[in-house]
Design a protein. Structure first.
Length: 348
């Protein structure tokens, strides 16, 4: 695998260009590789894995077939190992700004760094589009970001022995309250009301920890941060009855994500509530040769699950083969019994 930041007017030519290096985009590399389609992959983040690796690298995932439990980073690592035989080239830290039909029937794509591609097929696997965490409206919070204030948990060890304040009432806030409680010196969960949007079993576990005095629960909101040199020392919390300063040195505000479709909205694709409408035979958009898989697409009955995206990638690859190799018959084979597929995977 290589990360390529090539710039310039000379286009990079490829069979397939995958936009998005999350789990579904990575598995698309695998499915395309099985049918001899080489792929380049673009992602706005600086590493593969998408939201799984960026926001939830150590969060356990329980619904990946065959894996009773795996973390977001663990799943990314496994997928990267699985696609290694196909030698995909990664272009990281780039955003596709232009997608248009070229004169020869291929697609011309240009990133914000000026890298240009010519691809026979395009696979949009961009998740929810560009995403950024919502910043709490607190004066001076920028000075603490990256040192004391974090919008995701990259390493749980960074919170070991710390006084942690988690703010929010959704799944992310509850999940990290439960996961960090064993390693933190102290942990307080703050939410503006005593009503939580997260999974019911997570709410039950959180309340059990409160009852056992293993964590604290406050109903209110933050009004000010305290500290110097990027080092947080406390947070002023206003509740219904009082206002007090809570001694904490790690703050995790989970106020949600601002999800923007970004340049995808300007590509002329048929959209349904800011998602790309596709068919369920090929997962192709209304533009032949452009496919959309994973959370970025919509069709009746759509479930936003990683395993659904894997299924979509498999059918997409079968359809893409007809475009990349027109007139060539594709013989469906199983990796368990096909010597040619096993040779591609390096296991024969």
């Amino acid at each position: 695998m290589s990360a390529d930041g090539t710039q310039g007017a000379t286009p990079i030519e490829t069979d397939a260009l995958i936009i998005g290096a999350g789990p579904v985009g990575l598995f698309a590399v695998f499915e395309l590789g099985l049918v001899d389609i080489k792929a380049h992959v673009i992602d706005i983040l600086d590493k593969p894995g998408g939201q799984c690796a960026e926001l939830y690298p150590e969060k356990p995932i329980y619904d990946i077939p065959g894996l009773p439990v795996v973390t977001g980073q663990g799943l990314t690592d496994a997928l990267m190992a699985q696609i290694k035989p196909f030698g995909a080239t990664f272009h990281l830290g780039q955003r596709v700004d232009v997608l248009q039909k070229a004169g020869d029937g291929r697609f011309r794509l240009v990133t914000d760094t000026g890298t240009t591609f010519l691809a026979k097929v395009v696979v949009v696997a961009a998740g929810g589009g560009s995403f950024t965490p919502k910043r709490p409206p607190l004066a001076g919070i920028e000075a603490f970001e990256g040192t004391s204030v974090f919008y995701s948990v990259r390493r749980m060890e960074d919170f070991r022995g710390k006084d942690v304040l988690v703010v929010g009432g959704g799944d992310s806030a509850l999940d990290w309250t439960l996961n960090l409680q064993p390693v933190a010196k102290s942990l307080t969960l703050l939410h503006r009301r005593d009503d939580f949007r997260g999974a019911p079993h997570s709410v039950e576990r959180m309340r059990a920890l409160v009852a056992d005095k293993k964590i604290s629960l406050l109903i209110g909101q933050m009004t000010a941060l305290h500290g110097d040199g990027g080092v947080l020392s406390g947070v002023t919390v206003k509740t219904k009855d009082s206002e007090s300063r809570l001694a904490v040195n790690r703050l995790l505000p989970f106020f949600g994500l601002t999800m923007k479709l970004g340049p995808v909205a300007d590509w002329g694709l048929n959209l349904h509530e800011n998602l790309i409408r596709v068919d369920t035979e090929r997962f192709e958009t209304d533009v032949p040769g452009i496919f959309a898989v994973g959370d970025i697409n919509w069709y009746p009955g759509k479930l936003k699950l990683i395993l659904s995206g894997f299924h979509e990638a498999a059918l997409m690859a079968q359809a893409a083969h007809k475009i990349v190799y027109p007139g060539k018959k594709l013989l469906f084979q199983y990796t368990t019994s096909s010597s040619s597929l096993q040779k591609k995977l390096g296991v024969s």
